[in-house]
Ligand binder design. Sequence first.
Ligand code: ISL
Length: 575
Amino acid sequence: GETRRWWKEAVVYQVYPRSFADSDGDGVGDIPGIVEKVDYLDELGVDVVWLTPVYESPQADNGYDIADYRAIDDQFGTMADWEALRDALHERDIKLVMDLVVNHTSDEHDWFQNACESRDTEYRDYYVWRDGRDAADADAEYDVGPDGEAPPNDWRSFFGGPAWAYHEGTEQWYLHLFDRKQPDLNWENPDVREDVFDMMNWWVQKGIDGFRMDVINLVSKPEGLPGTDPDAGVRTIDRVANGPRVHEFLGEMREAVLDRALLTVGEMVGNPLPVDHARRYVSDDEDGDGLSMLFHFEHVLLDRGEEVWETEDWNLTDLKAVFDRWQEAFADEGWNSLYLNNHDQPRMVSRFGDDGEFRRESAKLLGTLLHTLRGTPYVYQGEELGMTNYPFESFDDFRDVETLNNVREAIDAGEVDSFDAVRDGLRANSRDNARTPVQWTDDEYAGFSESRPWIAVNPNYPEVNATAERDDADSVFRYYQRLLAFRDENDVVVYGDYDPFFQDHEDVWAYTRTLGEERLFVVLNFASETTTVASPVEASGVTLELSNYDADDAVQELRDGSLSLRPWEVRVYRC
Ligand code: ISL
């Protein structure tokens, strides 16, 4: 039978501290601000908080560039503040998961500072250094070094431009898959791995309950660092994701640090994520990596082009197909994580729902989906309020290094004429959509801070805010409370089998969850019109457990075998 684990039964709430709550009025969220909101999280009913990076950092990538893994950044508070947060959560039976960012450090980390001193210092080999190539061997496009020297290979940074930066002092190039202030660690060096595992154990000793592992499937680079192969469609990400030694490295980590009492979730970039790798990441077998679960990107790349401002249309059948495939992949072994947005993604209600007329209905529908599929749901801050994308007007509105670097790079290279040409795409895609301050009240700055926040507040805060949501029995917040409680009370939601219907239907998603004698039937209308479908399930004893509409006729409709679903209506039946 199914192995029971606390983290399968849990709901995780992601806090992005910079944008959550500002206690000291400097416009940037902080740890004491989170402590003030712990009762709010408890009221919502969450089981786990995943805290994105609060470590000492120059904040080139909002903390994903760590200068000291064992210290808290002044902007966010002190280690004592962090300990107070840990205790406040634990007192309410809420667990704490920390972000583990070990594909790279900040260039201001002591290791990198030492590595830059000369080619043979103690920590030189903690990073990936190479000589440049002759300009003649490289595309003109990459010809950016001194004396026309080209970078070691043609890899591109996720944030635009080459993935290599030239270091004048030692006349070599270092690898940075992200910003040039985020040099990649050299995991081939066993000392790097030992130091990372020691650091992880240090945090486990401090009483944390798990790790969210940033781009963990990038740590093993391919031997010889081969360039891309555009003719064969091999991009940088295809070269560097799920590298040759990744399972060996994670196996060592499992041995040195991990056990099944921790919630571990690996962020696995690249698309598609091969299922054989996925299974191995979460497998309990001897050669498995023993992670609890992973984040893949297949559903959040459906509507994305190659560049950060490029969009594609998505449709429900493709979205369902992705989820169906992953429900199936982990049906017997392994476990899914369930998310529709996070700090790197636009707001789910703007993207997969309708953030206009049916904002509330569609926010509730999407929430129901996340909380009734098989896996562990991740709620991103503000999702429970139905927060939406931000109406970006000018380039100055953006703060995100991914957005800024990629666009500047493309404009410099002449690939894009001006900001205007990419504005609509950035509005849809930019990570900053998720990073505007949480809207607590209808006061100035949405009650997030006493002073102007580091990034603008969404202008819809007078209407969309936590105070209004808590005062309204029909709100997204109140509905999320019911969803979380429903999951707590019903094992079938956690452990039941998933069986989909209508896989080709363009507007309706429907499935059952079955555990022994218990069965739930979930049906969701992804359309702003009424959609009628014949019921795919036989039902006599029926109750309606959850819905985002007053659904007096719902039970009779299921008995009669014909369902008339209003715009963005969702129903969860027990039958
Ligand atoms: O997928 C993305 C959204 O467009 C990428 O921007 C994102 O950089 C990638 O998914 C990796 O994300 C993680 O590592 C980055 C950091 O900037 C992200 O915030 C983090 O979640 C580098 O540490």
